[in-house]
Design a protein around this ligand. Structure first.
Ligand code: FAD
Ligand code: MG
Length: 316
């Protein structure tokens, strides 16, 4: 007969294994990644259904707002210069014009022809001659977009104008995905779409951990602990080319027609919603540290980290 001490020990061993097993099962995170919005979109959640719900909603937004999809409303508008659009497309263009006004023109969705001219749309990077930049500049300016609230009509004043929602639609897409997740009863999820992040709830009672990449290196320069919030980073270190020792990146100063040159290498904005975080990060990148901070202060519950060239070691 085994002695009672041994029986107790075996029982405790089983109990501990059972508790650990249950704990591990409850703490499992499902991860899925898809190529969408021109980047990798990764969805992490304890709920297996989360990824499909998020991917489905992001696909819907992409089909509506992508300039790369010839059937999207944005492409149809860019081709015709005049379109009655869905309330959703109208809403996002209207919000873009709000950010244009608030940023004194630094955030401007009419930069599309510049993005194409410099080769950022097809990744055939090219430093255009001065005259070509000047010529394209006449098409730039959100004051040349007319909105009719009564029938959701968007009209461009000049032929050849185009819009690009690349600096705002990623944030909006993640906001929409998070709303769908909430409606499905999902309380915990992290979506990362190439620098645009949305944390829904927390991770087993703890904040989600977000690492911010060093724009000039392979390490991280910051770690954030976040719950129920959105984060966007705009920078000059992923889409850029170097010509004659000068870096040209994909975020433009709409007034000069050249890539923004305010001494900023990365801007991270933490905001309650992704649309605001996305648009502000781009606007602040163009405005630079002083004007950018002043813009961020106009928004409630927004935090900003601005990294300038002098702040980072050139180790990458
Ligand atoms: P952000 O700073 O948020 O945005 C920068 C982008 O906004 C630039 O690339 C430019 O497009 C535009 N921009 C530049 N200057 C300004 C300015 N001053 N004001 C406003 N906007 C400006 N990429 C692909 O390669 N292929 C795709 O099929 C594709 N599909 C996409 C579909 C959707 C719906 C979205 C939102 C993006 C898609 N992209 C695609 C990526 C897109 O072209 C941009 O590269 C991306 O959105 C940049 O995001 P960011 O967070 O890096 O930078
Ligand atoms: Mg942006």
């Amino acid at each position: 007969m085994p002695n009672s001490n041994l029986v107790l020990r075996i029982f405790l061993c089983f109990l501990l294994s059972f508790i650990l097993l249950c704990g591990c099962q409850n703490k499992h995170l499902y991860k899925d990644t898809r190529v969408m919005l021109g980047t990798f979109v990764e969805v992490t959640s304890p709920d297996k259904k989360a990824a499909n719900i998020a991917f489905h909603e992001i696909t819907r937004i992409e089909n509506l707002l992508s300039k790369y999809n010839p059937k999207s409303e944005v492409s149809k508008l860019n081709n015709s210069g005049n379109l009655n659009v869905s309330p959703e497309t109208f809403f996002i263009v209207k919000r873009s014009l709000d950010f244009w006004r608030l940023s004194d023109g630094a955030f401007d969705i009419t930069v599309a022809p510049l993005v194409e001219l410099w080769g950022f749309a097809d990744k055939k990077y090219f430093r255009p001659p001065e005259e070509e930049i000047k010529n394209i500049l006449r098409l730039i300016g959100s004051d040349k977009i007319i909105l009719h609230n009564s029938d959701n009509m968007i009209k461009f004043v000049l032929p050849g104008m185009k819009i690009d929602l690349g600096a705002i639609a990623k944030g909006y897409a993640l906001d929409c995905a998070v709303n769908k997740l909430k409606n499905a009863g999902i309380k915990s999820c992290l979506i990362n779409a190439g620098g645009q992040i949305h944390c829904l709830g927390d991770k087993f009672g703890q904040p989600w951990n977000i690492a911010i990449q060093n724009p000039r290196g392979k390490d991280f320069i910051d770690y954030l602990e976040l719950k129920d919030t959105a984060v966007a980073t705009s920078g000059d270190y992923e889409q850029y080319f170097i010509k004659n020792n000068k870096r040209y990146a994909h975020i433009f100063n709409p007034k000069t027609g050249y890539p923004a040159d305010a001494g900023v290498v990365a801007v991270t904005v933490i905001a309650p919603d992704g649309l605001t975080a996305d648009a502000l990060a781009t606007a602040i990148f163009v405005l630079g540290k002083v004007k950018g901070k002043a813009l961020a202060e106009k928004f409630k519950d927004v935090k900003v980290k601005i990294t300038e060239e002098k702040d980072v070691q050139n180790n990458g």
